[in-house]
Design a protein around this ligand. Structure first.
Ligand SMILES: Nc1ncnc2c1ncn2[C@@H]1O[C@H](COP(=O)(O)OP(=O)(O)O)[C@@H](O)[C@H]1O
Ligand SMILES: [Mg+2]
Length: 330
């Protein structure tokens, strides 16, 4: 028997629907259930060939449990090692290498020294920063947000230098990025499952939470949809996420990737709506079944981004924006 488990937090609709969907498919020797955890012993396998992880970002104990499970062959979705290393500045940098447009972005040192460090710890950093170049490059208005994070926490729109410094002075030890504002006409949020299934959803981030998924979306040009789909696939294949959402802001017909490291994206029936919910339940169930079928005992069954393999082969990823394709150095 191959077991598929789901590890989850406060959400109430997706986990049960996922399990029911897998089980109603009645695949030979495959069943799904809620993950059960008790004593966690180093180096010991857990009884799940596949684990869908929806919560380890908030529960470090679970993240460690999942790494140990992965080492013993569980296909953990998403890869807990990569998820632990992931942050938005790197993701943006990677986007520039795979030919996906992202807003101009710079990384800034935290306003205060990290705990137990002082200015001597950071002598490599030139002081003051070259603010003139930074502001000229990014322009105003700009977005100012943490290099790792989510849920719109500490995301600010800044209109002037004064605005920027006022907020910067309140960000403490957070590492922040300053980012060009994309003044968008349309905004999309896209599920990407198994690095091949893409669901493009019109989304209005300016609405209150429960109204953000647009109920009666207007028609979108086919070419734009195709480009979005391609960009979603490029990003998720580079990052190695099997379950993710990617957000795009559209300016002058060009999709700019804004937020694309959401490895436990909202999948609640009440926020995404019935059709999107049905899609994500079905796609995730199919992915989990597929991963259970191809699971092999005693090997690493995780997904790694193709950029990792590229590095492992001592190749450098080069962007080629004009051709919009990936090139590799031998
Ligand atoms: N560069 C940008 N240009 C325009 N809008 C942005 C930009 N960055 C963020 N936003 C807006 O702020 C929201 C939250 O920012 P986001 O990067 O998604 O942070 P989080 O990961 O916390 O959700 C986005 O959904 C978008 O509406
Ligand atoms: Mg976001």
């Amino acid at each position: 028997m191959k077991n598929i488990g789901i590890l989850f937090g406060q959400e109430n609709t997706f986990p049960q629907a996922f399990i029911d969907r897998v089980n109603t498919k009645k695949e030979n020797n495959i069943k799904a259930e809620f993950v059960k955890i008790n004593m966690v012993e180093q180096g010991e396998a857990v009884p799940y060939e596949v684990i869908i992880d929806r919560i380890s970002q908030d529960i470090p104990f679970y993240r460690a449990y999942l790494k140990n499970a992965a080492l013993n062959g569980s296909a953990v979705i998403n890869n807990p090692f990569w998820w632990s290393a992931d942050e938005k500045f790197f993701n943006n940098a990677l986007a520039t290498k795979v030919g996906v447009e992202v807003p101009k972005t710079v990384l800034l040192p935290s306003n205060e020294h990290p705990p137990d460090t002082n200015e001597i710890s950071m002598r490599n950093l030139e002081y003051p920063l070259d603010w003139e170049s930074i502001f000229n490059y990014i322009g105003f208005p700009a977005f100012f947000k943490p290099f790792a994070g989510g849920g719109w926490k500490n995301v600010y729109k800044v209109n002037t230098r004064e605005d920027f410094f006022n907020i910067y002075n309140s960000t403490g030890t957070l590492v922040m990025m300053l980012q060009e504002e994309i003044d968008f006409t349309d905004y999309f949020r896209c599920y990407c499952i198994d690095r091949r299934e893409v669901r493009i959803m019109q989304y209005d981030p300016k609405q209150p939470h429960h109204l953000r998924y647009v109920k009666h979306p207007k028609p979108i040009e086919r070419l734009l949809l195709k480009r979005i789909e391609n960009d979603v696939l490029k990003l998720n294949n580079a990052l190695g996420y099997d379950f993710n959402t990617v957000e795009f802001a559209i300016r002058d017909g060009v999709p700019y990737a804004i937020d694309f490291g959401n490895p436990a994206p909202d999948a609640d029936l009440h926020s995404v709506g019935e059709d999107n919910f049905e899609w994500v339940v079905e796609a995730t169930a199919n992915m989990a079944i597929h991963r259970a079928k191809i699971h092999k005992e005693g090997i690493n069954n995780l997904t790694w981004g193709n950029f990792v393999t590229t590095f492992a082969n001592n190749q450098i990823l080069r962007s080629n924006k004009s051709k919009n394709e990936i090139m590799y150095d031998d």
